[in-house]
Design a binder for this molecule. Structure first.
Ligand code: DAH
Length: 341
């Protein structure tokens, strides 16, 4: 019996010398020090030995186990140190390598267009006025001369929320009332940029969210001639050319008279092509003289004050400038599109 113990120990120690990594080491441990290892079995069989042999064999087994534990521990430490040295030698950090280039961000094409629009209006004395995206029915419709059930409301498919009377603004026009109520009776020259929302089918021409830039001028002798001149000056700066403009009669409840402004198609210069659908003209904004009711709702006396207003879609303008065919690209977050600007 004592010989057997000795032999097991010798074999185990010999085998340990050849163990070269942690995985094999753990297997070795299970094999010689685990529950069903041979030394363990001998210990369990002690009770069957006669009382003279029992203490002798017991001591021998325990000594052998202790020797193996010790050998295991020092071998384990050796392996660990070897692994560390190995990684220090081969995985050395090369501080002279060039760093990884950081991807360079850029402004979203809608932001670029907005900033261009702000800069042009700023030179004409128009301040940026920001107003809320979550609006009331009163501001989005009623105070803009569209009482409940007015058929003109059908022009804007609206996102309502569960709270009655609260909605996502369908256009930036409610900002006109906010700014007038804040400034009356001072004259006003502002643009009101921001996100608008419409509950619409997504198509190449319409999105559920998009920017608008509203404009509002209120003063004592503002006429339709001011509207035409100012908007034409804007178009020439926006499109870098002495572009021709035309005003077509249109209807908006909050302006009277109302119009839409077209610019001459910059691709065919009025000849007619695919971009302008063979009309020679491209529509870029809605506008008009502020309706007397709207002036009154804003706190201005329409007998004394007049004003003009307009609303344009910067994404639509960017589509014209860069020949982008689908408005959904703006909020689709596709880098292949965004990186082109
Ligand atoms: N709010 C209009 C729309 O979303 C655009 C608009 C038209 C704004 C005429 C104006 C305006 O201020 O005078 O369709």
């Amino acid at each position: 019996m004592l010989d057997r113990i000795h032999t097991v120990k010798e074999i185990a120690l010999k085998e340990l010398e050849g163990v070269a990594d942690q995985e094999l080491l753990q297997a070795w441990r299970v094999k010689y020090l685990g529950r069903s290892a041979e030394l363990g079995e001998i210990l369990q069989g002690l009770k069957d030995l006669d009382s003279g042999q029992r203490p002798l064999v017991g001591r021998e087994v325990n000594q052998a186990k202790a020797a193996l534990e010790k050998a295991y521990e020092s071998h384990e430490a050796e392996l660990r140190i070897a692994a560390l040295e190995q990684s220090l030698r081969y995985e050395r950090l090369d501080v002279t390598l060039p760093g990884r280039p950081l991807p360079q961000g850029r402004l979203h094409p809608a932001t670029q267009t907005l900033r261009r629009i702000y800069a042009i209006w700023a030179k004409m004395g128009f301040q940026v006025y920001r107003s809320r995206e979550v609006e009331t029915d009163e501001y989005n419709f009623e105070l803009l001369n569209m009482p409940a059930h007015h058929p003109a409301r059908d022009m804007w498919d609206t996102f309502h929320v569960t709270e009655p009377g609260i909605l996502l603004r369908t256009h930036t026009s409610p900002g006109q009332i906010h700014v007038m109520r804040e400034r009356a009776p001072e004259p006003i020259r502002v643009i009101l940029p921001g996100m608008c929302y419409r509950y619409e089918q997504l198509t190449a021409r319409s999105e559920i969210q998009f920017n608008q830039v509203e404009g509002l001028a209120v003063g004592r002798r503002i006429t339709f001639a001011d509207l035409k001149g100012t908007l034409t000056a804007f178009a020439r700066r926006m499109f870098d050319r002495h572009v021709r403009t035309r005003f077509r009669a249109q209807h908006f409840p909050f302006t009277e008279p109302s119009a839409e402004m077209d610019i001459e198609c910059f691709l065919c210069l009025g000849e007619g092509c695919g971009v302008c659908k063979y009309t020679g003209w491209l529509e870029i904004l809605g506008c008009g003289m502020v309706h007397p009711t709207v002036l009154r709702n804003g706190g201005y006396d329409p007998e004394v004050f007049s004003g003009f207003a307009f609303g344009m879609g910067p994404e639509r303008i960017a589509m014209l400038r860069y020949n982008i065919e689908d408005i959904r690209l703006f909020w689709g977050n596709d880098m292949r599109f965004l990186e082109q600007f």
